[in-house]
Design a protein around this ligand. Structure first.
Ligand code: SF4
Ligand code: SF4
Length: 338
């Protein structure tokens, strides 16, 4: 793995990291880690990617959430996952490679027209992302950029994201405190606050995305839609069908009927652009909800799964958890991936 050069002034903010709402204040350049457990930014992988918006996608290692359903758990929970990553890539080199890939015949055939920063959550690598974008626009000033986020960034970080992005894909999991905490380990308030800000920049929004996990946040579809319609009925929303993965590797996938129902609920609530995507109907067997730490049924079920793998803080609160650096969720290794 390549070493991070000693002197990079644009990385300086990581010596007291406040990029996301955990506001850990740790010195990531000196080996300290916060909730995301990532030191200097590292590229997990990068390639041309056909999912809309078609792009050259750069997956950044690390995430400030510990979602039970994570599809990219080996990237999000590096280094605890033991996953293989590309490591440190000089921003100028990354930019050259990305711009070249975007101007290739393969990109044209695919329709790839932008860089797409994902992860994990690229907020934890914001300084690096900005630098790659800067370098890319030195080569091709019209380089488009998408930022794919769980929304758990500080207002200052969001302002920076809005400055350089062409588009944003923004995940919302729940508006209910208990359901959001049980699924992700984090409170929903910063996410909803940032969603309100992004909604004021509709030209920047590719879509809000709602992963639908049956029995857990399907009861949140209507509250999320009502939240969005109050902001602007024209906001686009895409529901993603949950597939059994990570801690929820045995949980049943979202059904075709549930995904259709999600879109119907969105239109009934008054949203004007709703769709769904993904591969529904994957089989599984749900646990029985018994966690007494949650009152809301969906949160109770999600909390039951978290407890089963050893998560000891309930309602989940990764930023204030004594297990934050020896977390059984973060180091969980599923036996299958769908
Ligand atoms: S969790 Fe957020 S604030 Fe904490 S170190 Fe990571 S990016 Fe910085
Ligand atoms: S054990 Fe603590 S850090 Fe790990 S998922 Fe549970 S609340 Fe979060």
């Amino acid at each position: 793995m390549n070493q991070v050069p000693a002197s990079q002034p644009w990385l300086e903010e990581l010596s007291h990291c406040q990029l996301c709402e955990w506001r850990c204040g740790v010195n990531r350049l000196a080996g300290e880690v916060g909730v995301c457990r990532i030191g200097a930014p590292q590229v997990a992988s990068r390639n041309l990617h056909p999912a809309p918006p078609e792009s050259y996608t750069i997956f950044m290692a690390g995430c400030n959430f510990r979602c039970l359903y994570c599809q990219n758990w080996d990237i999000a929970h590096f280094p605890d996952s033991g996953g293989q990553i590309d490591g440190w890539v000089e921003p100028a080199e990354m930019a050259r490679e990305a711009v070249a890939a975007l101007h290739s015949s393969r990109a044209r055939r695919m329709g790839a027209d932008r860089l797409f920063f994902s992860g994990g959550c690229p907020t934890c690598s914001l300084s690096y992302v900005e630098r790659v974008v800067y370098e890319a626009r030195q080569i091709a000033s019209d380089t488009r950029v998408n930022f794919d986020t769980n929304g758990f960034m500080t207002p200052d970080s969001l302002t920076r994201v809005l400055e350089f992005t062409t588009s944003i894909t923004f995940d919302i999991r729940a508006v209910d405190e208990q359901v959001h905490r049980a699924l992700t380990g984090a409170p929903p308030a910063p996410v909803l606050r940032n969603a309100q800000v992004v909604a004021q920049h509709p030209d920047k929004l590719w879509e809000f995305r709602v992963l639908v996990v049956p029995g857990m946040n399907d009861g949140q579809i209507e509250p999320i839609c009502r939240f969005l319609v109050d902001l602007d009925p024209a906001l686009p929303v895409c529901f993603l069908a949950f597939r059994p993965n990570f801690v929820l590797e045995q949980h049943p996938g979202a059904s075709w009927e549930l995904m259709q129902q999600a879109v119907s609920i969105a239109y009934d609530c008054g949203l004007q652009k709703a769709t769904w995507a993904g591969h529904p109907g994957l089989p599984g067997i749900s646990r029985t909800a018994h966690s007494s730490a949650y009152l809301v049924p969906g949160a109770k079920l999600a909390g039951t799964y978290a407890q089963a793998v050893g998560c000891g803080t309930h309602p989940r609160n990764c930023g204030g958890c004594p297990q934050v650096h020896c977390c059984p969720v973060k180091s969980y290794h599923p036996s299958r991936r769908t």
